[in-house]
Design a protein around this ligand. Structure first.
Ligand SMILES: [Zn+2]
Length: 222
């Protein structure tokens, strides 16, 4: 598929996944802009990282205030007094914010509509999804239909990472020629440490394990 003369909006957090999506989009679309949601993340560092990556690449960057999310769901990503924990016994991890992607993707699409962009790109992924229901492919497809009906347009929601595990996401960054950039410049860590992160939190462990797996395979092939 070629989208050479079309515009895209990337839902962008400055993390590994959405930065890989940003580079994926830059290869495909004539014009790319990024939107970041400020929902009172306890690590303001995320917003700084998102800003510096977009600035460095000359990408228009819109930060949208979504602090209203905290009225609904105070949780471990926004509150200092709640520790990040993995889900226990089939429960969702406490980093889950109900309906977050529903709201983010809807806002991103309305923004895209105003920019005359047909494409919306998100780093959402079912493979490592920890049970978040609004990371599922079926949800994104359903929302795509709803948004098209709501706005009477033909948007395309792209999810290039949907079926990739963390190892394959690193592989994609490498194919895009951005492996070391993504490793060094992005922020995934729940403790707000950029690059390789704190090494302790669930996000760092997942990211690191995927990276090591990818590098090992790559070395074997060389
Ligand atoms: Zn960490």
């Amino acid at each position: 598929m070629s989208f050479a003369n079309e515009k895209a909006v990337v839902v962008f957090s400055g993390g590994q996944d959405s930065t890989t999506c940003l580079f994926w989009a830059l290869e495909r679309f004539e014009e790319v802009s990024a939107v970041t949601f400020d929902y009172g993340q306890r690590h303001r560092e995320e917003l700084k990282v998102a800003k510096s990556i977009t600035e460095e690449h000359g990408i228009e960057h819109k930060v949208m205030d979504m602090s209203l999310l905290n009225q609904l769901a105070p949780n471990a990503l926004t509150r200092d007094d709640i520790k990040v924990q993995d889900g226990q016994d089939g429960e969702l991890p406490n980093t889950f914010v109900e309906g977050r992607n529903l709201l983010f993707f809807s806002f991103a699409t309305i923004y895209a509509s105003q920019k005359g962009a047909k494409h919306i790109v998100t780093g959402v992924c079912e493979t490592d999804y920890s049970g978040y229901p609004d990371c599922r492919d079926v949800f994104v497809k359903s929302l795509n239909v709803s948004l098209n009906l709501a706005l009477d347009k033909d948007f395309v929601l792209h999810t290039p990472l949907m079926w990739l595990d963390k190892k394959e996401t690193w592989e994609l960054a490498d194919k895009l020629g951005r492996l070391s950039y993504v490793k060094e410049k992005t922020l995934t860590c729940y403790n707000g440490v950029p690059g390789d992160g704190c090494g302790e939190c669930p996000a760092c462990r997942l990211r690191q394990a995927g990276y090591e797996q990818y590098i090992k395979e790559k070395e074997r092939e060389e």
